[in-house]
Design a protein around this ligand. Sequence first.
Ligand code: ASP
Length: 438
Amino acid sequence: MIKVAKFGGSSVAGASQFQKVKAIVQSDSNRRVVVASAAGKRDSEDHKLTDLLYLCHAHLTYGVSCDEILRAIQERFAEIRSQLGLRYDVEGEFAALRASLTRDTPVDFLVSRGEYFTSRLLAEYLDYTFLDAADCVFFRMDGRFDLEKTYQAIGAAVQNSRGLVIPGFYGSLPTGRVKVMTRGGSDISGALAAAAVDAAVYENWTDVSGILMADPKIVENPSPIRRITYGELRELAFMGASVLHEESVQPVKDKGIPLNIRNTNQPDDPGTIITNQPDPQETRSDRFLTGIAGRRNFTILTVRRHNMNASAMLRQTLELFEQYRATVEHITLGLDSFALVTASTALGDRLFDLVAELQKTLSPDDVQIQDSLALVAVVGRKMAYRAGTSGKIFQALGDAGISVRTIAQAADEISIIVGVDNNNFEAAVRVLYDGFAG
Ligand code: ASP
């Protein structure tokens, strides 16, 4: 059994964090593949090395010396090395890097050095083999992952080693050139490594004890979610919860590998487990709520026409929405009317042209616009077999004097989305959390 453990930037920010990582890795001999981000912030005043490396590259491009920034980066690594009693030749490596830099040094190569050097040091500290991501994470020329080649390379390397440390965030193109992923991409690297070795679990070690049931900026001290399905996670993420990047979930989801979000600073906390299927032991009587998320600023467009031909009118409306690049969040259909919810900011002033076009094409009796709508998603897999959930949600909001302007339920019944006034957004999240999280 192999566990893949990915450690985020704050988990490898300095020597004392490295010590925590080592204790975690050594406490379970199955943790044989480690993926590391670049050293992150040690405190709120500090800088992420990746940000400094981007800055360095900007200096290079404009022909301004980046010596000072490079020296600061080198010192971060040298300090970790010395405090942990390692031998890695940080000075020699940086002298070579500095000598190789020109205006034409590709930005991807330079910023990938954050993960590269962090992982070099971590490999020595853990006494694991360092496996350069350029030699095991492969992109095709179109920028997509070459999964077959990647899985093959990581799978082969793990067979021949007691343990591996792989830098996150980058890989290589068929030309051999280094390419970085989007920011936060080490999560994707970890998922690729987990899929490659058919890991028993993909552990994502960070500085929080899992995904929270609601936004802590709105709800005071929300509880962490213990278990969540990939489907529920997607609903929450789509509705604005800041969780893992979709791309970082796909490789493990496809292989049915559970993802466990853990806290490096509180390693005994169980964190959040994300799986394809809920735990079979799970009882139906538990609370139905998994999490709440939401976003402000939507508009409802309601079109009315007596005796309308619903399918033709909807088709024409959707075509216009596509033409005007308006998002379609929800559709509700009545006998003589239908309504679409769209993101206001994405549409902007094109709304007025869209309405004019709708009038022309559909000849409706009436088109109404209501803006300043917030959508709040109540997500929970257990809602599917529980009668009366939406009634309870309405009741709770009604008791708090919050009127519901629209409602939608996902077809698989794992989420109910209510539309409330923008002004009531935070209150609605709190009411629902207080009512159903306990
Ligand atoms: N170091 C990269 C970033 O700051 C990638 C990562 O941390 O996942 O975005």
